[in-house]
Write a protein that binds this ligand. Structure first.
Ligand code: NAD
Length: 498
């Protein structure tokens, strides 16, 4: 049965009739479960107007204590509904339930960070910068901001941005992925329950038409985008050309460098967890395992052994790994298995073989392991975004480092070693935004900022943490003098402090 999924505007589901819809699937069964309304550019304009009105009439000048009360309530509601939201994620994205709960929990941490907004927005104050002149700084909201998110973290990625934007006093229009739209609706509905004025948080569903309408709308002040690199680049270029502040997080190809002195059991566990968790559909997934010889054979044996124990199947059945998000994506990823073999890589584990624990019809591909992969092969060069782990053999730390630094992406990376000096060199020398040392998925905490380098980020501002607070506010510096016996007099020179 297919249910209608629609926009959430000023707290209410949209009641209009959509000109275009998009199908939503349960990837574990292949069943079409929803028909998503796609917004026209005109509807996006209406939503932005509602958001602007809510911002201008109330939220933009709301007190910090009012904002924190709402944020604390939102945090409590999100925590209470965590499992409900996780079930929606699994039903449309396919990731296993425990992973979906983990996703919501990481998003929750950003709401907790945003609860500290009175402290985060404190400015500086300087008494007597000049005689009887005081100077202070304040940070003010931008107005209406847009959040455009990808399919792979339907709840967490919007939560990287929305609580911080709201805490800073902005109104938000979220444009989620059309592949798994229900979780974001469920999270957004909590804001009204938490006491946020209607119109401050809105969800508009859609595709390129809706995105383009947001990128050029004169009342959208800032855009936070997460998705693939070509679209991130396009969003950055288009929205900045229209005068907006933009942070656009793009794709990734994350390498894990394993030195010969590493604990190989720990490294094998990490490679399997980070390579195949969420079926490899994580921007922090490890897809290239760089083994410094002579350990590659041993490491591959250990990984093969672990992969053999993984159960792939319906994420509601306690399996280890779920399906890919759509049939088309599943087939695209499976296509890399042929192209890898044709290019000369060795297929150690073929994900097309073996059973899955699910009804027929799901978009499954089991974990796949390649050996002897090299740059120039599409299996290495492309962001596959599926359960395909490629081993690249190198002869030294330097060769491994050069390989990572030559890659156009720079989202996350990891080193596995017991040598503190080597790890310290790596953290200093690697040109990647998030680095793990014996940690395979180095996703920072909410109070640090998330983001990569090079083609993994367009703009100079990472998500959440203090960079998020700065992104969603504008700084102002005030220089003040209250009347005193000196009345200055005329002086056309540049002000000099006395
Ligand atoms: P995507 O780029 O296809 O879509 C992202 C968003 O852009 C969606 O809301 C989509 O509707 C919209 N969009 C798609 N095509 C568009 C177009 N032509 N014009 C305007 N808007 C368009 O990405 P996806 O497949 O949903 O997500 C997976 C990608 O996201 C991967 O590349 C992954 O690495 C990346 N990602 C990056 C991070 C990060 O932090 N850097 C985090 C999560 C995901």
């Amino acid at each position: 049965m297919s249910t209608r999924i629609t926009h959430l505007i000023a707290g209410d589901p949209w009641e209009g009739a959509a000109e275009r819809t998009s199908p939503v699937f349960n990837p574990a069964t292949g069943e079409e479960t929803g028909a998503l309304d796609l917004a026209s550019a005109d509807l996006v304009g209406e939503v932005v107007a509602r958001a602007k009105e809510a911002w201008a009439s109330e939220w933009g000048s709301s007190s910090l204590s009012k904002r924190t009360q709402v944020l604390f309530r939102f945090r409590e509601l999100l925590n209470e509904r965590k499992e409900e939201i996780a079930a929606l994620i699994t039903a449309e994205h396919g990731k296993v339930l425990s992973d979906a709960i983990g996703e919501v929990s990481r998003g929750l941490e950003v709401a907790e960070f945003a609860c500290g907004i009175p402290h985060l927005l404190k400015g500086g104050y300087t008494e007597n910068a000049s005689t009887n002149v005081d100077v202070y700084s304040i940070r003010q909201p931008l107005g209406v901001v847009a959040v455009i998110s990808p399919f792979n973290f339907p709840a967490m990625v919007p939560l990287w941005f929305v609580p911080v934007a709201v805490a800073c006093g902005n109104a938000v229009v979220i444009k989620p992925s059309e592949k798994d739209p229900s979780a974001v609706n469920a999270v957004a509905a909590l804001w009204r329950e938490a006491g946020l004025p209607d119109g401050v948080v809105n969800v508009v569903h859609g595709d390129k038409e809706a995105v383009d309408a947001l990128l050029v709308h004169p009342d959208v002040s800032a855009v936070s985008f997460v998705g693939s690199t070509p679209i991130a680049r396009y969003v950055y270029e288009t929205a900045t050309a229209h005068g907006k502040r933009v942070q656009a997080l793009g794709g990734a190809k994350n390498h894990m460098l394993v030195l010969p002195d590493a604990d190989l059991d720990l490294a094998a566990d990490a490679a399997v967890n980070a390579g195949f968790g969420s079926a490899g559909e994580r921007c922090m997934a490890i897809s290239a395992l760089v083994a410094v010889e002579p350990i590659a054979d041993d490491l591959i044996e250990k990984i093969k052994d672990r992969v053999g124990k993984l159960v792939t199947g319906d994420g509601t059945r306690g399996t280890d790994m779920g399906p890919l998000v759509t049939q088309a994506h599943r087939d695209k990823v499976a296509g890399y298995l042929d192209s890898g073999v044709e290019a000369g890589a060795e297929l150690v584990v073929d994900g097309r073989e073996g059973d899955v624990d699910a009804e027929d019809g799901g978009f499954f591909l089991r974990p796949t392991l390649f050996d002897k992969v090299q740059p120039g092969m599409s299996v290495y060069d492309d962001e596959i975004f599926g359960p395909v782990l490629s081993v690249v053999r190198v002869q030294s730390y330097d060769e491994g480092l050069d390989l990572i630094n030559a890659n156009p992406y720079g989202n996350g990376t990891a080193i596995f070693t017991n040598d503190g000096g080597a790890a310290r060199r790596f953290q200093n020398e690697v040109e990647v935004g998030m680095v793990g040392i014996n940690v395979p998925i180095p996703v920072p905490m909410a109070y640090y900022s998330f983001g990569g380098w090079k083609n993994s980020l367009f703009g100079d501002s990472h998500a959440h943490g203090m960079e998020g607070v700065n992104f969603y506010t504008r700084g102002k510096v005030v220089t003040s003098r209250w009347l005193d016996p000196s009345h200055g007099g005329l002086n056309l020179g540049f002000p000099q402090n006395t």
